[in-house]
Design a protein around this ligand. Structure first.
Ligand code: SAH
Length: 228
């Protein structure tokens, strides 16, 4: 009896020190990788300080969850580097209540960051197992504003279009036409484009059939594969 309660106390203590450890790592990550490199959007910084990134990586990678690099999440896919998540989110220029389409749910980390900011997130993933895992984690964290679809991101998610912003987290060879038309006029899309050499682009929809394209930085994403 005594041994059992002692054990549970130890387990609770252990859980607490572990929690504090991740929180410290998270703060350090935000200071060193996010703020020092020029991210200014307060809501992006707040969300990056809040969302427990370690929950979105496989158990064997938890110790590296706050490292300055992408990590494998299984099925040949990756969770993006923290800075890239912050940079893309800042470029999206979203605010609470915005409707956002994400292509490539992956781990669900980017979706959680957008949900923390207060966006209504519609996220599409090709690999069922990844989507299911992300759904479970996001539910555990209590976010109610993320909606999941298993399917081909080249089709977007027409039922909820048009979107204030679209974020694509896998790289297609060129900008998918359908996505261009699922943005609101005045809306934005942030998307990596290319195969070996990729650049991040920001596309603003300026009219019914007009867009303005701006090249941002060089990046390295997994390819956006053709659904069927
Ligand atoms: N935003 C993710 C990054 C995921 S990596 C995160 O925060 O973890 C890119 C994801 O895009 C992978 O999970 C991959 O399976 C998915 N993907 C690739 N091609 C796709 C397509 N055509 N439609 C939907 N998802 C796709």
């Amino acid at each position: 009896m005594f041994a059992a309660s002692l054990l549970s106390i130890l387990l609770i203590l252990h859980a607490h020190t572990e929690m504090d450890e991740y929180e410290k790592l998270r703060r350090l990550m935000v200071e060193e990788q996010i703020i020092k490199r020029g991210i200014k959007d307060r809501e992006v910084i707040r969300a990056m300080l809040k969302v427990p990134r370690e929950k979105f990586v496989p158990p064997q990678e938890r110790g590296s969850a706050y490292g300055d690099f992408p990590l494998p999440i299984g099925y040949g896919q990756t969770i993006s580097q923290p800075y890239i998540v912050a940079y893309m989110t800042e470029q999206l220029e979203v605010k609470k209540g915005d409707r956002v389409l994400e292509i490539g749910t992956g781990s669900g980390y980017q979706s959680a960051i957008l949900a923390e900011i207060g966006c209504e997130v519609y996220t599409v993933e090709l690999i069922e197992e990844l989507s299911k895992r992300a759904q479970r984690i996001i539910k555990e964290l209590g976010y109610k504003n993320v909606h999941f679809k298993i399917g081909d991101g080249y089709q977007g998610w027409k039922e909820y279009a048009p979107y204030d912003a679209i974020i694509v987290t896998a790289a297609p060879p060129r900008i998918p036409e359908k996505l261009k038309y699922q943005m609101k006029i005045g809306g934005r899309m942030v998307i990596p484009v290319g195969d070996y050499y990729q650049y991040l682009y920001k596309i603003a929809r300026t009219g019914k059939d007009s867009w303005k394209k701006e090249r941002l930085i060089g990046v390295s994403f997994v390819p956006m594969v053709r659904g069927n």
